[in-house]
Ligand binder design. Structure first.
Ligand code: NAP
Length: 253
């Protein structure tokens, strides 16, 4: 670990509600100085207190250099469970720089009575199974994953993104809606009904912000193609910002 003079610098790899929650919880704590790192995918990211840096580091070696140069004392990887590359990079960089790392990952959703989930190993598998399941699919999976559905020219898609994309989705027939969670179940039921959605495609993100569409699908007895999480690096883990705070406190003691 780097020698510390003054507050301990904590790098929060962010882009999630949990990362923002942790930054808020650390704000005003004189013993720490939190730096939240965002990839820069959204033009108007949610506000977080404390220092914020934006953009990729340039790979694991460059991230390790950043940790050394900034004398980062702890890293909390609070990136989205589907952001596999930055988590791998963080594990490699922290090992190289000798910086303790915590993986803050919300637990995945689990199917309840009334759910009709069809597991898919990844987005390509989800796209391959879609023709047997429905004609009008709700895709709330993010902009980057839409390409997997590009070949399905005889389907209709309702695509929800956080903000308008710079290039149109690579789909033949679709309607785009914009929205940032948390979403309400009643509103999600209305959305599914109005667009006559017959199948929902979701990443198993976990958490509360995006869970309403799963509850809405259950309510309307719709199948949900549930894309499973990519593997995460072996890590000390916390499932909430509160648990991450306790991990940090233990290292400040
Ligand atoms: P990714 O595939 O794991 O990462 C791709 C590259 O983006 C990384 O190698 C890194 O570039 C850069 N990067 C990613 N997260 C970063 C961060 N927090 N700070 C600085 N650089 C970062 O990630 P992704 O799936 O594109 O997700 C990008 C961001 O969006 C993540 O921060 C994640 O928390 C958030 N997000 C993702 C999803 C999702 O479904 N994937 C959903 C909601 C939010 P370098 O190699 O150049 O360092």
């Amino acid at each position: 670990m780097n020698a510390q003079i003054g507050p301990m610098k904590i790098l929060i790899l962010g882009g999630t509600a949990e990362a923002a929650g942790l930054a808020r919880a650390l704000a005003g704590n004189a013993r720490v100085a939190a730096i939240t790192s965002l990839a820069g995918r959204t033009r108007l990211p949610a506000m977080v207190p404390g220092e914020v840096r934006v953009g990729g580091f340039g790979g694991p070696e460059a991230l390790a250099d950043y940790l050394r140069e900034k004398a980062i004392g702890l890293v909390v990887d609070a990136t989205h469970p589907f952001a596999a590359r930055i988590s791998r990079n963080a594990a490699q960089a922290c090992d190289a720089a000798g910086v303790p790392r915590l993986l803050l990952a919300r637990p995945p959703w689990t199917a309840q009575a009334g759910d009709n989930w069809i597991p898919a190993a990844d987005t390509a598998a989800a796209a391959a199974m879609l023709p047997g399941l429905g004609d009008r699919a709700f895709l709330a999976i993010g902009r980057q994953e839409l390409a997997a559905f590009a070949g399905l020219n005889d389907r209709w898609f309702l695509v929800r993104l956080v903000e308008a994309p710079q290039t149109p989705p690579p789909l033949a027939d679709y309607r785009l809606v914009l929205g940032r969670g948390p979403f309400a179940v009643e509103a999600e039921i209305k959305l599914l009904r109005e667009h006559r959605i017959d199948v929902v495609v979701s990443k198993n993100s976990g958490g509360t912000g995006a869970a309403a569409k799963i509850a809405a699908a259950r309510e309307r007895a719709l199948p949900v193609v549930m894309i499973e999480r990519p593997p995460a690096p072996e890590s000390e883990t916390a499932e909430s910002a509160e648990a991450a705070l306790a991990w940090i406190e233990a290292r400040l003691a």
